[in-house]
Ligand binder design. Structure first.
Ligand code: NAP
Length: 534
C-alpha cells in the first residue's frame, strides 16, 4: 500500500476570483509559500462561471478593478462604462499573468474539506487532487458563487434545455425560433430577458417578486474620460475609500429632511439620468434608513418604470412593492421595454402559482405552457453558500456549516471563533454585498496580509477571534442593520432566498469607510478581539 504524502505550504488560498488572485500575490510579497485551489479551469471566480449573454457588472469599470497596482490600472483599458463579463474575465486573466500567479493555482480542482489538527496546529485541506498541509487557509470562495437551484416538481422530466446563468455553457446558446421561459426577475433575469426576447419565438417571464430597475445608460467610455481618471487614479481611488459604498458617487450626502422634496427630486433625476445604482441609492443619503426618504425614492422609481411600459395594467404587475434598496437595486438595458414586444408574456406567479415543470414546458395554476428552454435565473446561496458546502472542521471537530446553520456569525466579517488561522474574505457581517466589492476585497486582503506579516514576525503560531468578540461584532452588525429598513428585507442580503437558511443580517450596513476604520482600530490595538498564541 502506498501513502501519498500531503503537500506542505504556508497558505492555502481557495478560489481564483478577485480575492484569490490578490491573496496569492500578497503571499509572494510576504515571501510565504502558497497553493491556490480553484474548481474552474482558470481564474475569474464568478466571472468564469457566469457567462450568460447580457451579463455585465452594475459597478462602473473604472471602479470595479484593482487599485493596488498603478501599472495594472494604467495599462488596462476599459472600453465601456459598465464592464461586460468577457471584459472582466479578460482583465482578471491579464492581471493573473502580470502578477505571475497562475503557476501557484491548481485549476479544475475542488476543495472537499479542511480539518484543523490540534496536535500540529495546522490545517489539512482535502482536495480532489490530494491533501495539503498548511498553516493558514484563506477562503476566497465568493459571495455569489453557488447557484440556488429551486426545488420545482417535475424538473427532471423536462425534455427541453434547462439552463442556469451561473453555470452557463461555454459554447454559444441560441434562442432563435425557440419558446423560452425565464424564471426569476432579479439582476440576472433582468439582464438576460431582453437578450432572449430579441431572437426567441416567444419568451415567458415567470415573475414572483418584481425588482426595482433603472436604465444603465451603458455606453462606450470616451478616451478623454479614461485619460482623465487615469491621470488622477490615485486620488480617485483614495476618494472611493472614503465612501460608504466604496466608489465615488458625487452625491450630496444629505438626508431627505434637509433636502426637501424639490431638491431631493432633482437629485434623484440627476442620478437616474446618469445611470448607476450606487449613485441613485446615495442621492438621498437616508433612503435605506428612513421610511419617508425611502417612500419618496421608491415613488420616483415607480413613476419611471410606468413611463417605460405601454400597457398600464402590465406596468402595475411589474411594480415592486418593497422598500427600495433592501433588495438589489438593478440596472438594465431595455428591460421594461421588452414587455412592449408581442413575443413576450409576463406570467405573474402571484396570480398563477408555478406548480411544476412538465416534459414539454411548465404548468401553473392557470394552465400549461409549452417551451423548448427553461432558464433558472433563481439566484445564489449568498455569502455563506460556497464554504458551507465544504466539510470545514475547526477545533473539537466542530463543523463550520453546522455552526453557521444557526446563525452565520463572524468577527469583523472575516474570521470565525473556533476556526483558527483562517480568514473568510467577504464573509458574513462585512459591507461587501452593498459595495464596490473589488474595493471591499482589497481592504480584506490587505488587512489579512498585514496580520499574517505581524504574526510571522512575532512568532505567533495560532490566532482566532474570541467567542465574545465574535458575539459583540455580530450584535453590532444586527443592531446597525435593524436600525435601517433592511430589517424588512426578504432577499439574499438576509439569507431569506434559500429555504431553511437562517435569517440573519449578512451585510454590515455601517458602510465601507467606517468599516475599514474599525478594522484598522482592531489591528492598531494588537488585534483586539483575537487570541494570539505563541
Ligand atoms: P436574485 O436577486 O436572488 O433573484 C432571483 C430571482 O429568482 C427572484 O426574482 C426570485 O423571486 C426568483 N426565484 C427564486 N426561486 C424561485 C422559485 N422557486 N419560484 C419563483 N421564483 C423564484 O438572484 P440574481 O438575479 O441571480 O442576483 C443575485 C445577485 O447577484 C444580485 O443581487 C447581484 O448582487 C448579483 N448580480 C449582479 C449583476 C450585475 O452586476 N448586474 C448581475 C447578476 C447578478 P423571489 O424574490 O420571490 O424569491
Amino acid at each position: 500500500m502506498t501513502t501519498t504524502q500531503p503537500d506542505v505550504t504556508d497558505i492555502v488560498v481557495v478560489g481564483a476570483g478577485f480575492a484569490g488572485i490578490y491573496m496569492v500575490h500578497k503571499a509572494h510579497e510576504l515571501g510565504l509559500n502558497v497553493i491556490g485551489v480553484e474548481r474552474g479551469g482558470g481564474v475569474g471566480g464568478t466571472w468564469y462561471w457566469n457567462r450568460y449573454p447580457g451579463l455585465r457588472c452594475d459597478v462602473e469599470s473604472l471602479d470595479y478593478s484593482y487599485s493596488f497596482n498603478e501599472e495594472i490600472q494604467q495599462e488596462w483599458v476599459w472600453t465601456e462604462k459598465f464592464p461586460a463579463q468577457p471584459d472582466i474575465l479578460a482583465y482578471l486573466e491579464f492581471v493573473a499573468t502580470k502578477l505571475d500567479i497562475n503557476k501557484d493555482f491548481r485549476f479544475d480542482t475542488e476543495v472537499t474539506g479542511a480539518t484543523w489538527n490540534e496536535s500540529t496546529q495546522r490545517w489539512s485541506v482535502a482536495t480532489t487532487a490530494g491533501t495539503i498541509d498548511t498553516k493558514y487557509v484563506v477562503w476566497g470562495t465568493g459571495m455569489l458563487s453557488i447557484p440556488k437551484i429551486p426545488n420545482i416538481p417535475g424538473m427532471d422530466s423536462f425534455e427541453g434545455e434547462l439552463l442556469n446563468p451561473a453555470t452557463w455553457p461555454q459554447e454559444p446558446v441560441s434562442f432563435a425560433g425557440k419558446k423560452v421561459a425565464v424564471l426569476g426577475t432579479g439582476s440576472t433575469g433582468i439582464q438576460v430577458i431582453p437578450i432572449v426576447a430579441e431572437t426567441a419565438e416567444h419568451l415567458y417571464v415567470l415573475q414572483r417578486t418584481p425588482s426595482f430597475s433603472l436604465p444603465a445608460h451603458n455606453a462606450s467610455l470616451t478616451p478623454e474620460r479614461v485619460a482623465e481618471v487615469k491621470a488622477h487614479y490615485k486620488e480617485y481611488r483614495a476618494e472611493a475609500r472614503t465612501q460608504m459604498l466604496g466608489c465615488v458617487t458625487e452625491t450630496r450626502g444629505e438626508p431627505f429632511e434637509v433636502m426637501g422634496p424639490e431638491l431631493a427630486r432633482a437629485e434623484l433625476e440627476r442620478n437616474y439620468n446618469y445611470g448607476s445604482p450606487m449613485r441613485f441609492a446615495s442621492a438621498i443619503v437616508d433612503t435605506v434608513a428612513s421610511e419617508e426618504a425611502n417612500n419618496f425614492t421608491a415613488s420616483f422609481a415607480r413613476e419611471k418604470i410606468r413611463e417605460r411600459i405601454a400597457d398600464p395594467a402590465l406596468a402595475e404587475k411589474l411594480m415592486p412593492d418593497h422598500f427600495i434598496t433592501t433588495r438589489r437595486l438593478c440596472i438594465d438595458t431595455d428591460y421594461y421595454e421588452t414587455y412592449n414586444r408581442d413575443n413576450v408574456t409576463l406570467v405573474d406567479l402571484r396570480d398563477e402559482e408555478l406548480l411544476s415543470l412538465t416534459p414539454k414546458g411548465f404548468r401553473t395554476a392557470a394552465g400549461e405552457y409549452e417551451v423548448d428552454m427553461f432558464i433558472l435565473a433563481t439566484g445564489f446561496d449568498g455569502v455563506t453558500g460556497a464554504i458551507s458546502r465544504i466539510d470545514v472542521r475547526g477545533k473539537d471537530g466542530v463543523s463550520l456549516s453546522a455552526k453557521w446553520k444557526e446563525a452565520p456569525a463572524s468577527y469583523m466579517g472575516l474570521s470565525v471563533a473556533g476556526f483558527p488561522n483562517t480568514f473568510v474574505v467577504t464573509g458574513p457581517g462585512c459591507p461587501a454585498p452593498l459595495s464596490n466589492v473589488v474595493l471591499s476585497i482589497e481592504i480584506h486582503i490587505e488587512w489579512i496580509a498585514n496580520m499574517i506579516k505581524k504574526l510571522e514576525a512575532d512568532g505567533v503560531s495560532t490566532f482566532e477571534p474570541t467567542a465574545a468578540a465574535e458575539q459583540e461584532w455580530t450584535d453590532h452588525v444586527n443592531a446597525v442593520s435593524d436600525s435601517t429598513l433592511m430589517r424588512f428585507s426578504n432577499s439574499w442580503y438576509v439569507g431569506a432566498n434559500v429555504e431553511g437558511k437562517a435569517r440573519v443580517n449578512l451585510v454590515y450596513m455601517g458602510g465601507v469607510a467606517p468599516y475599514e476604520a474599525e478594522l484598522q482600530d482592531v489591528a492598531n490595538n494588537n488585534y483586539r478581539g483575537f487570541e494570539l498564541i505563541h
